[in-house]
Design a protein around this ligand. Structure first.
Ligand SMILES: Cc1ncc(COP(=O)(O)O)c(C=O)c1O
Length: 368
Protein backbone atom coordinates (compact mmCIF):
# COMPACT_ATOMS: atom_id res chain seq x y z
CA UNK A 1 0.00 0.00 0.00
CA UNK A 2 1.25 3.47 -0.84
CA UNK A 3 0.95 6.32 1.63
CA UNK A 4 -1.25 9.26 0.66
CA UNK A 5 1.57 11.34 -0.78
CA UNK A 6 2.85 8.61 -3.07
CA UNK A 7 -0.68 7.62 -4.04
CA UNK A 8 -1.24 11.22 -5.15
CA UNK A 9 1.95 11.17 -7.21
CA UNK A 10 0.96 8.05 -9.05
CA UNK A 11 -2.57 9.37 -9.60
CA UNK A 12 -1.11 12.60 -10.98
CA UNK A 13 1.21 10.66 -13.27
CA UNK A 14 -1.72 8.64 -14.57
CA UNK A 15 -3.71 11.81 -15.27
CA UNK A 16 -0.75 13.40 -17.07
CA UNK A 17 -0.07 10.31 -19.21
CA UNK A 18 -3.77 9.91 -19.93
CA UNK A 19 -4.05 13.54 -21.01
CA UNK A 20 -0.92 13.26 -23.20
CA UNK A 21 -2.33 10.10 -24.74
CA UNK A 22 -5.27 12.10 -26.08
CA UNK A 23 -3.12 14.66 -27.84
CA UNK A 24 -0.30 13.04 -29.72
CA UNK A 25 -0.28 12.79 -33.47
CA UNK A 26 3.41 12.80 -34.28
CA UNK A 27 4.36 9.29 -33.11
CA UNK A 28 3.32 6.06 -34.77
CA UNK A 29 1.68 4.55 -31.69
CA UNK A 30 -1.91 3.35 -32.04
CA UNK A 31 -4.39 4.27 -29.36
CA UNK A 32 -7.44 2.43 -30.56
CA UNK A 33 -6.97 -0.93 -28.86
CA UNK A 34 -8.22 -2.15 -25.52
CA UNK A 35 -6.04 -4.80 -23.95
CA UNK A 36 -7.84 -4.58 -20.61
CA UNK A 37 -9.06 -8.22 -20.70
CA UNK A 38 -5.38 -9.19 -20.32
CA UNK A 39 -4.77 -7.31 -17.07
CA UNK A 40 -5.06 -10.45 -14.95
CA UNK A 41 -1.77 -11.69 -16.39
CA UNK A 42 0.01 -8.76 -14.74
CA UNK A 43 -0.02 -10.56 -11.39
CA UNK A 44 2.10 -13.38 -12.80
CA UNK A 45 5.87 -13.39 -13.19
CA UNK A 46 5.67 -14.45 -16.84
CA UNK A 47 9.01 -14.77 -18.60
CA UNK A 48 9.62 -16.15 -22.10
CA UNK A 49 13.42 -16.28 -21.96
CA UNK A 50 15.17 -18.41 -24.53
CA UNK A 51 14.05 -19.85 -27.84
CA UNK A 52 10.23 -19.85 -27.97
CA UNK A 53 10.35 -23.05 -30.01
CA UNK A 54 12.93 -24.71 -27.74
CA UNK A 55 12.59 -26.80 -24.58
CA UNK A 56 11.44 -25.11 -21.36
CA UNK A 57 11.79 -25.70 -17.66
CA UNK A 58 10.25 -22.45 -16.41
CA UNK A 59 6.57 -22.84 -17.21
CA UNK A 60 5.20 -19.40 -16.27
CA UNK A 61 5.46 -18.37 -19.88
CA UNK A 62 3.37 -17.67 -22.97
CA UNK A 63 5.66 -19.31 -25.52
CA UNK A 64 2.83 -21.30 -27.08
CA UNK A 65 1.09 -18.07 -28.04
CA UNK A 66 4.41 -16.52 -29.02
CA UNK A 67 4.97 -19.34 -31.53
CA UNK A 68 1.48 -18.72 -32.93
CA UNK A 69 2.34 -15.05 -33.38
CA UNK A 70 5.49 -16.01 -35.29
CA UNK A 71 3.61 -18.51 -37.44
CA UNK A 72 0.88 -15.97 -38.19
CA UNK A 73 3.37 -13.40 -39.42
CA UNK A 74 5.40 -16.00 -41.33
CA UNK A 75 2.23 -16.54 -43.39
CA UNK A 76 1.52 -12.81 -43.65
CA UNK A 77 5.08 -12.34 -44.91
CA UNK A 78 4.58 -15.19 -47.38
CA UNK A 79 6.83 -17.94 -46.12
CA UNK A 80 5.86 -21.44 -44.96
CA UNK A 81 6.01 -21.27 -41.11
CA UNK A 82 8.24 -24.37 -41.16
CA UNK A 83 10.92 -22.30 -42.92
CA UNK A 84 10.80 -19.36 -40.53
CA UNK A 85 12.13 -18.80 -37.04
CA UNK A 86 11.44 -15.74 -34.91
CA UNK A 87 10.55 -14.35 -31.52
CA UNK A 88 8.78 -11.47 -29.81
CA UNK A 89 11.40 -8.83 -29.05
CA UNK A 90 11.52 -5.92 -26.66
CA UNK A 91 11.04 -3.54 -29.60
CA UNK A 92 12.00 -2.68 -33.15
CA UNK A 93 15.56 -1.75 -32.22
CA UNK A 94 16.20 -5.29 -31.00
CA UNK A 95 14.66 -6.62 -34.23
CA UNK A 96 17.03 -4.51 -36.34
CA UNK A 97 20.00 -5.53 -34.22
CA UNK A 98 19.01 -9.18 -34.54
CA UNK A 99 18.64 -8.97 -38.33
CA UNK A 100 22.03 -7.29 -38.70
CA UNK A 101 23.61 -9.77 -36.29
CA UNK A 102 22.31 -12.65 -38.39
CA UNK A 103 23.61 -11.00 -41.56
CA UNK A 104 27.02 -10.47 -40.03
CA UNK A 105 27.23 -14.06 -38.74
CA UNK A 106 26.48 -15.30 -42.26
CA UNK A 107 28.80 -12.83 -43.95
CA UNK A 108 31.47 -11.69 -41.47
CA UNK A 109 33.25 -9.77 -44.22
CA UNK A 110 30.16 -7.90 -45.39
CA UNK A 111 29.61 -4.17 -45.80
CA UNK A 112 26.26 -2.90 -44.50
CA UNK A 113 24.26 -0.40 -46.57
CA UNK A 114 21.26 1.68 -45.56
CA UNK A 115 19.85 5.03 -46.60
CA UNK A 116 20.35 8.26 -44.72
CA UNK A 117 16.63 8.28 -43.88
CA UNK A 118 17.05 5.07 -41.88
CA UNK A 119 16.15 5.00 -38.18
CA UNK A 120 18.99 5.62 -35.73
CA UNK A 121 18.60 2.12 -34.27
CA UNK A 122 20.40 0.83 -37.37
CA UNK A 123 23.47 3.04 -36.88
CA UNK A 124 23.45 1.99 -33.25
CA UNK A 125 23.39 -1.68 -34.27
CA UNK A 126 26.16 -1.44 -36.87
CA UNK A 127 28.37 0.27 -34.30
CA UNK A 128 27.61 -2.40 -31.73
CA UNK A 129 28.29 -5.16 -34.22
CA UNK A 130 31.35 -3.37 -35.59
CA UNK A 131 29.96 -3.69 -39.09
CA UNK A 132 31.63 -1.58 -41.73
CA UNK A 133 28.81 0.44 -43.23
CA UNK A 134 27.95 2.95 -45.92
CA UNK A 135 25.11 5.47 -45.71
CA UNK A 136 23.36 5.76 -49.07
CA UNK A 137 21.45 8.77 -50.46
CA UNK A 138 17.66 8.88 -50.15
CA UNK A 139 15.15 10.35 -52.59
CA UNK A 140 12.90 13.21 -51.44
CA UNK A 141 10.18 10.58 -50.89
CA UNK A 142 12.40 8.83 -48.34
CA UNK A 143 13.08 5.86 -50.64
CA UNK A 144 16.68 4.71 -50.99
CA UNK A 145 18.51 6.01 -54.11
CA UNK A 146 19.24 2.77 -56.00
CA UNK A 147 21.81 4.37 -58.27
CA UNK A 148 23.79 5.65 -55.32
CA UNK A 149 23.51 2.21 -53.71
CA UNK A 150 24.97 0.63 -56.85
CA UNK A 151 27.77 3.21 -57.01
CA UNK A 152 28.68 2.78 -53.35
CA UNK A 153 28.55 -1.02 -53.57
CA UNK A 154 30.74 -1.04 -56.68
CA UNK A 155 33.68 0.00 -54.47
CA UNK A 156 33.29 -3.14 -52.36
CA UNK A 157 31.91 -5.40 -55.07
CA UNK A 158 34.05 -8.36 -53.97
CA UNK A 159 32.51 -8.35 -50.52
CA UNK A 160 29.03 -9.46 -49.45
CA UNK A 161 26.38 -6.82 -48.76
CA UNK A 162 23.96 -6.56 -45.87
CA UNK A 163 21.19 -4.09 -46.65
CA UNK A 164 18.60 -2.66 -44.30
CA UNK A 165 15.54 -1.88 -46.40
CA UNK A 166 13.11 0.62 -44.96
CA UNK A 167 9.55 -0.54 -45.24
CA UNK A 168 8.41 2.83 -44.07
CA UNK A 169 11.05 5.36 -42.99
CA UNK A 170 10.43 7.06 -39.68
CA UNK A 171 9.75 10.56 -41.00
CA UNK A 172 8.15 10.03 -44.45
CA UNK A 173 7.16 6.36 -44.52
CA UNK A 174 9.29 6.02 -47.65
CA UNK A 175 9.55 2.43 -48.85
CA UNK A 176 12.63 0.70 -50.29
CA UNK A 177 11.94 -1.97 -52.91
CA UNK A 178 14.01 -5.05 -52.08
CA UNK A 179 13.83 -6.39 -55.64
CA UNK A 180 15.34 -3.14 -56.91
CA UNK A 181 17.97 -3.33 -54.16
CA UNK A 182 18.99 -6.83 -55.27
CA UNK A 183 19.06 -5.72 -58.91
CA UNK A 184 21.20 -2.67 -58.09
CA UNK A 185 23.72 -4.82 -56.22
CA UNK A 186 23.71 -7.53 -58.86
CA UNK A 187 24.36 -4.93 -61.58
CA UNK A 188 27.73 -4.09 -60.01
CA UNK A 189 28.69 -7.69 -59.34
CA UNK A 190 27.82 -8.10 -55.65
CA UNK A 191 26.85 -11.76 -55.40
CA UNK A 192 26.22 -12.41 -51.72
CA UNK A 193 23.42 -10.26 -50.33
CA UNK A 194 21.50 -10.35 -47.06
CA UNK A 195 18.41 -8.14 -46.83
CA UNK A 196 16.78 -7.15 -43.57
CA UNK A 197 13.41 -5.40 -43.89
CA UNK A 198 12.82 -2.79 -41.21
CA UNK A 199 9.03 -2.66 -41.24
CA UNK A 200 8.74 -1.06 -37.79
CA UNK A 201 5.41 0.64 -38.43
CA UNK A 202 4.19 -0.86 -41.72
CA UNK A 203 4.87 -4.57 -41.10
CA UNK A 204 1.28 -5.47 -40.21
CA UNK A 205 -0.23 -3.63 -43.21
CA UNK A 206 2.52 -3.37 -45.88
CA UNK A 207 0.91 -6.22 -47.84
CA UNK A 208 -2.24 -4.12 -48.31
CA UNK A 209 -0.54 -0.98 -49.57
CA UNK A 210 -1.07 0.03 -53.13
CA UNK A 211 1.15 -0.14 -55.05
CA UNK A 212 2.60 -2.93 -52.95
CA UNK A 213 6.35 -2.55 -52.46
CA UNK A 214 8.35 -5.82 -52.50
CA UNK A 215 9.54 -6.39 -48.91
CA UNK A 216 8.67 -9.88 -47.64
CA UNK A 217 10.18 -13.38 -47.72
CA UNK A 218 8.70 -14.29 -51.09
CA UNK A 219 10.13 -11.04 -52.46
CA UNK A 220 13.58 -12.02 -51.17
CA UNK A 221 13.95 -10.74 -47.59
CA UNK A 222 16.18 -12.71 -45.23
CA UNK A 223 14.72 -11.21 -42.07
CA UNK A 224 11.88 -8.82 -41.22
CA UNK A 225 10.99 -6.94 -38.07
CA UNK A 226 8.19 -4.68 -36.86
CA UNK A 227 7.31 -2.98 -33.58
CA UNK A 228 4.30 -4.22 -31.62
CA UNK A 229 3.52 -0.91 -29.94
CA UNK A 230 3.16 0.93 -33.25
CA UNK A 231 0.30 -0.25 -35.49
CA UNK A 232 -1.03 -2.66 -32.82
CA UNK A 233 -0.68 -0.13 -30.00
CA UNK A 234 0.70 -2.62 -27.46
CA UNK A 235 0.81 -0.80 -24.12
CA UNK A 236 4.29 -2.22 -23.46
CA UNK A 237 7.00 -1.71 -26.11
CA UNK A 238 7.66 -4.89 -28.04
CA UNK A 239 8.23 -6.20 -31.55
CA UNK A 240 8.50 -9.23 -33.74
CA UNK A 241 11.53 -10.43 -35.66
CA UNK A 242 11.40 -13.24 -38.20
CA UNK A 243 14.19 -14.78 -40.23
CA UNK A 244 14.74 -17.66 -42.59
CA UNK A 245 15.39 -20.73 -40.43
CA UNK A 246 18.32 -21.77 -42.61
CA UNK A 247 20.16 -18.59 -41.58
CA UNK A 248 19.33 -18.99 -37.90
CA UNK A 249 20.44 -22.62 -37.97
CA UNK A 250 23.82 -21.64 -39.37
CA UNK A 251 24.19 -19.14 -36.56
CA UNK A 252 22.97 -21.73 -34.08
CA UNK A 253 25.72 -24.11 -35.08
CA UNK A 254 28.18 -21.33 -34.32
CA UNK A 255 26.46 -20.69 -31.02
CA UNK A 256 26.46 -24.40 -30.13
CA UNK A 257 30.15 -24.52 -30.86
CA UNK A 258 30.75 -22.07 -28.06
CA UNK A 259 28.40 -23.95 -25.79
CA UNK A 260 25.24 -21.87 -25.95
CA UNK A 261 22.03 -22.69 -27.75
CA UNK A 262 20.26 -19.43 -27.00
CA UNK A 263 18.94 -17.96 -30.20
CA UNK A 264 17.52 -14.66 -28.96
CA UNK A 265 19.41 -11.45 -28.22
CA UNK A 266 17.92 -10.63 -24.85
CA UNK A 267 17.85 -12.74 -21.72
CA UNK A 268 14.53 -12.41 -19.94
CA UNK A 269 11.67 -11.51 -22.27
CA UNK A 270 8.17 -10.41 -21.40
CA UNK A 271 5.52 -13.12 -21.49
CA UNK A 272 2.93 -10.37 -21.45
CA UNK A 273 3.86 -8.75 -24.78
CA UNK A 274 3.53 -12.06 -26.65
CA UNK A 275 0.03 -12.41 -25.17
CA UNK A 276 -0.82 -8.86 -26.24
CA UNK A 277 0.26 -9.49 -29.84
CA UNK A 278 -1.52 -12.84 -29.90
CA UNK A 279 -4.67 -11.12 -28.61
CA UNK A 280 -4.36 -8.48 -31.35
CA UNK A 281 -4.00 -10.95 -34.21
CA UNK A 282 -6.66 -13.35 -32.94
CA UNK A 283 -9.22 -10.61 -32.33
CA UNK A 284 -8.55 -8.87 -35.65
CA UNK A 285 -7.48 -11.61 -38.04
CA UNK A 286 -5.97 -10.64 -41.39
CA UNK A 287 -9.27 -9.12 -42.52
CA UNK A 288 -9.53 -6.99 -39.40
CA UNK A 289 -5.98 -5.70 -39.83
CA UNK A 290 -6.81 -4.81 -43.42
CA UNK A 291 -10.00 -2.98 -42.40
CA UNK A 292 -8.14 -1.06 -39.74
CA UNK A 293 -5.43 -0.08 -42.22
CA UNK A 294 -8.04 1.10 -44.74
CA UNK A 295 -9.74 3.27 -42.13
CA UNK A 296 -6.42 4.89 -41.22
CA UNK A 297 -5.52 5.33 -44.86
CA UNK A 298 -8.82 7.10 -45.52
CA UNK A 299 -8.12 9.49 -42.66
CA UNK A 300 -4.56 10.09 -43.89
CA UNK A 301 -5.99 11.04 -47.31
CA UNK A 302 -8.48 13.32 -45.58
CA UNK A 303 -5.62 14.96 -43.65
CA UNK A 304 -3.75 15.86 -46.85
CA UNK A 305 -6.95 17.28 -48.39
CA UNK A 306 -7.77 19.27 -45.25
CA UNK A 307 -4.27 20.77 -45.23
CA UNK A 308 -4.44 21.60 -48.92
CA UNK A 309 -7.81 23.28 -48.45
CA UNK A 310 -6.08 25.64 -46.00
CA UNK A 311 -3.16 26.25 -48.35
CA UNK A 312 -0.75 24.12 -46.29
CA UNK A 313 1.53 21.78 -48.22
CA UNK A 314 1.10 18.29 -46.80
CA UNK A 315 1.80 15.10 -48.73
CA UNK A 316 2.20 11.38 -48.25
CA UNK A 317 3.70 8.46 -50.10
CA UNK A 318 1.19 6.22 -51.93
CA UNK A 319 -1.18 4.69 -49.36
CA UNK A 320 1.04 5.71 -46.44
CA UNK A 321 -0.36 6.54 -42.99
CA UNK A 322 2.30 9.20 -42.46
CA UNK A 323 1.48 12.70 -43.65
CA UNK A 324 4.57 14.85 -44.16
CA UNK A 325 4.19 18.50 -43.17
CA UNK A 326 6.34 21.59 -43.38
CA UNK A 327 8.05 22.07 -39.99
CA UNK A 328 5.32 23.14 -37.55
CA UNK A 329 5.61 25.94 -35.00
CA UNK A 330 6.81 25.23 -31.49
CA UNK A 331 3.35 25.51 -29.86
CA UNK A 332 1.79 23.05 -32.33
CA UNK A 333 4.76 20.75 -31.93
CA UNK A 334 4.37 20.71 -28.17
CA UNK A 335 0.59 20.44 -28.02
CA UNK A 336 0.38 17.57 -30.53
CA UNK A 337 3.79 16.00 -29.75
CA UNK A 338 4.94 16.32 -33.34
CA UNK A 339 8.33 14.91 -34.22
CA UNK A 340 10.15 17.48 -36.33
CA UNK A 341 13.41 17.21 -38.24
CA UNK A 342 13.76 18.93 -41.64
CA UNK A 343 10.03 18.18 -41.95
CA UNK A 344 7.26 17.46 -39.46
CA UNK A 345 4.82 14.60 -39.72
CA UNK A 346 1.54 13.22 -38.48
CA UNK A 347 1.04 9.47 -38.29
CA UNK A 348 -2.57 8.36 -38.66
CA UNK A 349 -2.56 5.21 -36.55
CA UNK A 350 -5.61 3.30 -35.29
CA UNK A 351 -7.43 5.44 -32.77
CA UNK A 352 -6.62 8.76 -34.46
CA UNK A 353 -9.84 10.73 -34.91
CA UNK A 354 -11.05 13.20 -37.51
CA UNK A 355 -11.65 15.63 -34.63
CA UNK A 356 -7.95 15.54 -33.72
CA UNK A 357 -6.93 16.08 -37.35
CA UNK A 358 -9.33 19.01 -37.69
CA UNK A 359 -8.00 20.55 -34.48
CA UNK A 360 -4.41 20.18 -35.70
CA UNK A 361 -5.18 21.71 -39.10
CA UNK A 362 -6.97 24.55 -37.33
CA UNK A 363 -3.97 25.15 -35.06
CA UNK A 364 -1.60 25.14 -38.04
CA UNK A 365 -3.81 27.64 -39.87
CA UNK A 366 -4.04 30.06 -36.93
CA UNK A 367 -0.32 29.85 -36.59
CA UNK A 368 0.40 31.10 -40.10
C1 LIG B 1 11.73 2.83 -39.18
C2 LIG B 1 11.99 2.52 -37.74
N1 LIG B 1 12.81 1.52 -37.43
C3 LIG B 1 13.09 1.19 -36.15
C4 LIG B 1 12.52 1.88 -35.12
C5 LIG B 1 12.85 1.50 -33.71
O1 LIG B 1 11.77 0.82 -33.15
P1 LIG B 1 11.53 0.77 -31.58
O2 LIG B 1 11.22 2.16 -31.13
O3 LIG B 1 10.37 -0.18 -31.45
O4 LIG B 1 12.77 0.22 -30.96
C6 LIG B 1 11.65 2.95 -35.39
C7 LIG B 1 11.04 3.72 -34.30
O5 LIG B 1 10.36 4.67 -34.47
C8 LIG B 1 11.39 3.28 -36.73
O6 LIG B 1 10.59 4.29 -37.06
Amino acid sequence: MLDQQHQRRIDDLFDAMNEANESFLGYPFAKGFSYEPLWRFMKLSGNNFGDPFGPETYRVNSRLLECEVIEFFARVFRAPPSEIWGYVTNGGTEGNTYGLHLGRELYPNAVAYFSRDTHCSVSKAVRLLRLEHVVVQAEPSGEIAYEDLAQQAFRSRHRPAIVVANIGTTMKEGRDDIEKIRRALHSVGVEEVYIHSDAALCGPYAQFQSPRTPFDFLDGADSIMFSGHKFFGAPIPCGVVLALKQHVQRVLRTANYVGSSDTTLSGSRSAYTAIILWYAIRSLGVEGIKRMFEQCEGLAAYTVDALKARGIGGWRNPSALTVVLPPVEECVRTKWQILTQDVSHVVVTPGTTKGQINALVEAMTIDR
